[in-house]
Every structure is written in structure tokens, then in C-alpha cells.
Ligand binder design. Structure first.
Ligand SMILES: Cc1cc2nc3c(=O)[nH]c(=O)nc-3n(C[C@H](O)[C@H](O)[C@H](O)COP(=O)(O)OP(=O)(O)OC[C@H]3O[C@@H](n4cnc5c(N)ncnc54)[C@H](O)[C@@H]3O)c2cc1C
Length: 477
């Protein structure tokens, strides 16, 4: 009996999983899946406790789905990147495995880890097969006429969309149940020391039920009807106008193929709408940042995409940083957003842009502090998307917002939360406030109001940032 192993990483699902399907391609082979608990690796990458909790809850659902296929789920405990390849090879030898399959991860450390695993498994006579699965279109396969990667989104999206439409994004056939198993499932940890979630369990269960069934149900609900109104509603944080699929995509409880296929099917049935077009474009952004990460791996090493912006004169002010982290800036929309992340482990996209720009441009604090804080608190923390979003907001990235475009946090609030519904939900101090909710201290003093005054004058902060960026241009000249 041949024995295959699917090593699951950011692809915690049983359906439409390229590595698992490849492991199951031989109908007679017995197959197991393995998931690695690697606290050192998680710590060095600032993986949030809320995301680990979500992964562990997802494993419980996944184990059920795999059991129906007679595929056991093994759990490998290994401290770190440096120990994992050898521990995996030992596990494979112990079970007499012939082939290991995994879906590629594109970050620098993950690539190095997989190279080492390839060497060690080959030494033991075991084949290690890596598949493209994380993106709708594999990184490296979309290049410009000169062979280089796209660094600008619009031309990238044009060719990306051609590929997506040509393939139709058909999900893979479901794996067939196995006749035999070569191991029993391992007990799954309910928690991992050092990775307690900052989100209350009831909140996490309410906002983020785990598993691929939930992911597919969420996708079906969204792509069924809500998608048509997406373009109109996606910027209003008080409304559930977006899919809220990012946590499921980040850990691979659903695949980008499944998402795109659902959107394309909706289009085929109901015709193209601005909503479907826009949502497909968001999935293109997801792929784009992963392609950028492969083309410019320095973004994995805390370096700005635009090298000259490394010289920006960021301020150092721990107290100001803490106020931003805790949602006490005195700008209600910024504070509501930061507290949303603290309460539910997720933040609406419009607000990620507002808060990121506030840190980098109103406070002139290094965007990498914010990037790290987001990773430590987001259930959907993903290096490529997070880095891309931060470098976009800080104007240090490829195809970033121009440095002189600086959101006014009060105007953003008036525009995207006009009646203050979102603010009231997350900033209880303003729950009953009947003045200008977007600028509570703007029209005189409010004795007894337990909400802080703005920590900066936006107009002055804006000038300071413009000068900082202009100083770079002078150095360039
Ligand atoms: C500063 C900053 C940090 C961010 N950090 C992350 C992160 O760590 N992980 C993450 O998944 N997204 C991140 N994003 C992108 C975006 O905010 C989230 O993907 C989105 O809010 C998720 O909500 P949703 O699932 O309802 O998205 P929808 O609007 O329904 O979009 C569908 C999917 O498209 C993808 N997507 C949407 N917008 C973007 C984008 N701008 N860039 C890349 N992919 C996108 C996501 O996978 C999302 O689930 C960040 C954006 C900014 C500005």
C-alpha cells in the first residue's frame, strides 16, 4: 500500500485543495494530512493569538470532514522553522511515507524551510511535491513584456483577469474516500501556550465560526445576493457590505478559486454588475500583493518597496504609539476602528486605510510599527496583504497612494459613518453624545465628556508629513 501525506499550512480545507487532491490522485494510496504546531515560527512572524485560535477551531471541523474520507489528521509539534523540516522528515520516515504534498507558501522563511524539507525528505527517499494553490494565478506566471513582475496594479489586473476568465476558476473534484488508513488522528490542541486570543470566545464564535462549511456558506450568501450591492456598500463600516471572508482566505478554509468561481457563476446567471466587477478586483489585489512579494522579496524583510523612503525621518514616541494602539487618539473614527480590531480581531478595509494613514502621516510614526501591531491582532493577518496595505497607506510601496494624499480623519468619518452608528458601537464614551460625533471637541468644551481631545492638529500634522516627504525629494535631486 502506498502512503501519501498532505502537509497543510495555509490551506485548512478538504475540498479544492491542490496538495490534498494530488496526494489522493493515486486511488489506492492511503493518505494522511499533517498540521504543524510551531510556536517559535508563529512568534517570529507575529501571528496573532486570535488567528491561531481560529486555525485550531478550524482543525476540529477539518478533522470531521477528513474522517469521512478516511484520512487521519496528524499534528506535529515542532518548535521552529529550524526544527520543522527534520521533524517532518522523521514523521514521514516513521509512517513509511512515499510522497509528501504541500501547497507553496511564498514568504522568504517559508521558502527556505521548504528547501530544507526537500533535501531531508529526498535523503530519506521520499518525494516532496510543492503545488501552486494560494493564488488564483500562480506568482511568476504573469510577467511584463520584459519578463519582470508587474509593480502597478491596473495592468496586472488586466492580464490577471484574462487568465481568470480563460480558466473559469473551476474548483477541483472532491477527493475520493480512502480504502485504508495508515495512522489514527492525533489529538488536536485546544490552545497553544503564548497564543491566547485577545478576543472573547463568545465574540469569536459569533463573528468567526470555524470551518470550510461555514466559509462556503458565507461565500454562497455573499455571492448569492449581497455581491451586487458590494460596490455601493463596501465603504460603510457600520454595514455588513463586504464578504468578511478574509480570515477564511488567510488560513485557506476557502480557496480564491472557489471565491472567483462563485462570483463568475453569479455573473453568468444575473449578468455583470458593478458589485461583482469590484469584488473580483479585490481578489485581484490579494493575488497582486502575493505576486509583489515574490518579485520583491525585500518586502518580507521589513524594507520599503521604494528604497528612498527608508530615509523618511519617522518620529519616535512610545506614548503616541500606545494611544493609537488603544484607540485613544481623540479622532472618533480612528478610535472606533482600533477598538473594533481589539474587540473582534478584524477591521473593515476603509478603516484599515484610515488608521494606517493616521499612524504614518498624522503621527509620522514608522509604518512598520503599525504593520506589526496589525499582524499581532488580526484574525486574517497575512504578510503580503498587510504589508501591501501598509506600504500603500504610508506611500512607501509600489503603486501606493501619492505622499501628498493624506486622509482627513474627520472628513473620512463624516463621509463613511455619517450618522456615527459605527463610532457609537465601538466608542461607548460617545454612545449618548449629542454633539458633533465626528469632532466631539471641535465646537467648544464639553465638561464631563470622558473622551480625549484630538492628539494632533491634522492640518499641522499634514504639513509636517509633506515636509518629511519633500526632504526625500531634495536628497534625491
Ligand atoms: C493597512 C492594511 C492592512 C491590511 N491587512 C490585511 C491582512 O493582514 N490580511 C488581509 O487578508 N487583508 C488585509 N488588508 C486588506 C483588506 O483590508 C482586507 O482583506 C478586507 O478588509 C477583508 O474584508 P472582507 O473579507 O470583507 O473583504 P472583501 O471586501 O469582501 O474582499 C474579498 C477578499 O479580497 C481580498 N482583499 C480585499 N481587499 C484587499 C486588499 N486591499 N488587499 C489584499 N487583499 C484584499 C481579501 O482576501 C478579502 O477577503 C489590509 C488592508 C490595509 C489597508
Amino acid at each position: 500500500m502506498r502512503r501519501h501525506l498532505a502537509w497543510l499550512r495555509t490551506d485548512l480545507r478538504s475540498i479544492d485543495n491542490t496538495a490534498l487532491s494530488a496526494a489522493c490522485a493515486d486511488r489506492d494510496a492511503a493518505v494522511a494530512c499533517v498540521y504543524a504546531v510551531t510556536p517559535g515560527q508563529w512568534r517570529s512572524h507575529d501571528v496573532a493569538g486570535v488567528r491561531i485560535d481560529f486555525e485550531l477551531r478550524t482543525l476540529r471541523e477539518l478533522d470531521r470532514a477528513l474522517k469521512a474520507l478516511n484520512i487521519p489528521l496528524l499534528v506535529l509539534h515542532s518548535p521552529d522553522f529550524s526544527t520543522l523540516p527534520a521533524d517532518l522528515a522523521a514523521l514521514a520516515v516513521h509512517h513509511g511515507i512515499d510522497e509528501v504534498h504541500a501547497n507553496r507558501q511564498y514568504e522568504v522563511n517559508e521558502i527556505a524551510r521548504d528547501r530544507q524539507a526537500t533535501t531531508l525528505l529526498a535523503r530519506a527517499g521520499i518525494g516532496f511535491y510543492l503545488h501552486h494553490d494560494q493564488c488564483a494565478v500562480p506568482p511568476g506566471t504573469l510577467t511584463k513584456a520584459d519578463g519582470g513582475f508587474y509593480s502597478v496594479f491596473t495592468p496586472f489586473k488586466r492580464v490577471w483577469l484574462q487568465r481568470v476568465l480563460a480558466s473559469g476558476m473551476k474548483p477541483l473534484p472532491a477527493p475520493q474516500p480512502r480504502r485504508q488508513a495508515y495512522a489514527a488522528s492525533d489529538p488536536r490542541p485546544a490552545a497553544v501556550a503564548g497564543f491566547a486570543s485577545h478576543v472573547e470566545p463568545e465574540t469569536a464564535a459569533l463573528w468567526w465560526p470555524a470551518g470550510e462549511d461555514e466559509a462556503l456558506a458565507r461565500l454562497a450568501r455573499f455571492a448569492g445576493t449581497a455581491i451586487d450591492a458590494y460596490e455601493r456598500r463596501r465603504d460603510i463600516p457600520s454595514q455588513p457590505g463586504t464578504s468578511r471572508l478574509s480570515p477564511y482566505l488567510a488560513i485557506g478554509a476557502v480557496s480564491p478559486r472557489q471565491c472567483l468561481n462563485a462570483a463568475l457563476q453569479h455573473q453568468a446567471r444575473h449578468g455583470e454588475s458593478s458589485g461583482t466587477t469590484q469584488w473580483i478586483a479585490e481578489l485581484a489585489w490579494r493575488d497582486f500583493y502575493k505576486h509583489v512579494l515574490v518579485g520583491w522579496p525585500q518586502v518580507c524583510r521589513h524594507r520599503p518597496f521604494r528604497a528612498e523612503t527608508a530615509a523618511l525621518p519617522w518620529r519616535h514616541d512610545d506614548a503616541d504609539f500606545r494611544r493609537w494602539c488603544e484607540g485613544r487618539t481623540g479622532f472618533p473614527l480612528v478610535d472606533a476602528a482600533m477598538r473594533q480590531m481589539l474587540r473582534v480581531g478584524w477591521m473593515h478595509n476603509r478603516l484599515r486605510m484610515v488608521t494606517a494613514m493616521f499612524l504614518a502621516k498624522d503621527l509620522l510614526l514608522d509604518w512598520r510599527l503599525g504593520e506589526r501591531y496589525f499582524m499581532q491582532h488580526l484574525i486574517d493577518g497575512d504578510l503580503a496583504a498587510n504589508n501591501g496595505g501598509w506600504q500603500w497607506s504610508a506611500s512607501t510601496g509600489n503603486d501606493a497612494v501619492p505622499y501628498f494624499r493624506i486622509f482627513n480623519p474627520v472628513s473620512q468619518s463624516r463621509k463613511f459613518d455619517p450618522d456615527g452608528k459605527f463610532i457609537r458601537e465601538y466608542v461607548p464614551e460617545l454612545g449618548d453624545f449629542d454633539g458633533d460625533i465626528h469632532d466631539p471637541h471641535g465646537r467648544g468644551e464639553h465638561p464631563g465628556l470622558a473622551y480625549p481631545s484630538p492628539m494632533v492638529d491634522h492640518a499641522a500634522a499634514r504639513e509636517r508629513t509633506l515636509l518629511a516627504f519633500k526632504s526625500l525629494r531634495r536628497h534625491d535631486a
